[in-house]
Design a protein around this ligand. Structure first.
Ligand SMILES: *Cc1c(COP(=O)(O)O)cnc(C)c1O
Length: 368
């Protein structure tokens, strides 16, 4: 018996996540590996989040608060928006999925940058809608090019700011020129997973256009700067009419009780947040300097990761580094076959990354 599968599902490319440390060590029989491949917070989780979660374990027999009252309240205060403009998700990935499920039908067109976060294309295609990919211009999201592709079929547009994997941001003026060309009935999704790391003070955020005359949805996450990737919690900020529709579509308990409690504690952990930004910015500057000394080209970034041009098949470099216990991300799937993407780690991890990269490029065997 042959199961019928829609063509657009059969044609999906599987998402390949960063390799987990445990998997690497199991496959290679090594230990003491480090992972700089998924843009996680190298410090660990916010200690306040851990403490709050420990305290909440004894209530695991209860269903979570389906309205996530306290976390939503905390976010609303922090972001200066109203609580009916916030939707929480099992990671901001779930908000992408919910936007797609709530607002798209088969054959609707969705404009997105390429190279960018691969989940936009996967989720749009999985719904039967049509991804319209617009190439980056000098590694920056080409808003002008995206505006030119808006048609009567366009229902949604994704902008990743800063953009993964290039680490670039769009300028405020480019965004505002673009917004003028986006019809109000088209949803502009600004994915700001890395916005906390941005050092350029002129970087715009979608929150600035929440109450304007366009339809702008801003996505944020606790997975990166807040150190809670394993907990799976993120959110979208949008006009309350849109939020109301998504609330009808989402599962009533889409965020679990520990995630709600941990995220709220992390949100108020200023010391952890400040430490994270300091470590990431110092680490980036250190890595840039070392890559410069090696004579390689890299692309400066507004995030906690950046691209390095290794001037050869990056997949081979990736494999060699894996053997030495350092996980980075090869970028062929994103259209950069000669680049690896690395995220900032702890200072000793950054040093080990540089040493391992040197070894991998020199082709000599490393004695572990
Ligand atoms: C890491 C990342 C996210 C966050 O996803 P979560 O589901 O919140 O963990 C979202 N968008 C981009 C571009 C990312 O790189």
């Amino acid at each position: 018996m042959k199961v019928k599968v829609p063509e657009y599902i059969a044609g999906l490319e599987p998402y390949v996540p960063g390799k987990p440390i445990e998997e690497l060590e199991r496959e290679y029989g090594i230990s003491g590996s480090i992972k700089l491949a998924s843009n996680e917070n190298p410090i660990g989780p916010s200690p306040k989040a851990v403490e709050a979660i420990m305290g909440a374990l004894k209530n695991l027999h209860r269903y979570p608060d389906g309205n996530s009252f306290r976390l939503v309240q905390g976010l609303a205060e922090k972001l200066k928006v109203s609580s009916n403009q916030i939707v929480l998700g099992n990671g901001s990935n779930e908000i992408i999925e919910l936007l797609v499920r709530t607002f798209l039908q088969k054959d609707d067109a969705v404009i997105m940058p390429a190279a960018s976060f691969l989940m936009y294309e996967i989720m749009v295609q999985a719904s039967g809608a049509k991804p319209v990919k617009v190439p980056l211009k000098d590694r920056v999201v080409d808003l002008e090019g995206m505006a030119e592709r808006i048609s009567a079929d366009t229902r949604m547009i994704f902008v990743n700011n800063p953009n993964n994997p290039t680490g670039t941001i769009v300028s405020k003026s480019a965004l505002e020129d673009f917004l003028e060309r986006v019809p109000r009935e088209v949803i502009l999704v600004m994915d700001e997973a890395y916005i906390e790391f941005v050092r350029d003070k002129a970087c715009p955020t979608g929150l600035g256009y929440l109450d304007g005359n366009k339809t702008v949805v801003t996505l944020r996450t606790f997975s990166k700067a807040y150190g809670l990737a394993g907990l799976r919690i993120g959110y979208g900020v949008m006009r309350k009419e849109l939020a109301g529709l998504i609330h009808r579509v989402r599962q009533p308990f889409n965020t679990n009780s520990l995630a709600q409690i941990g995220a709220l504690a992390a949100l108020n952990d200023d010391a952890f947040f400040t430490e994270t930004l300091g470590l990431v910015h110092e680490g980036l500057d250190f890595l840039y300097e070392q890559i410069d000394i090696m004579g390689l080209r890299y692309f400066p970034s507004q995030t906690n990761f950046f691209l390095i041009d290794v001037q050869q098949d990056a997949n081979e470099v990736f494999e060699k580094m894996l053997g030495m216990g350092v996980i980075v991300r090869p970028m062929a799937a994103y259209g950069y076959p000669a680049c690896i993407r690395v995220n900032v780690g702890l200072p000793e991890e950054n040093r080990r990354f540089i040493e391992t990269l040197k070894e991998a490029l020199s082709g000599t065997k490393n004695q572990v």
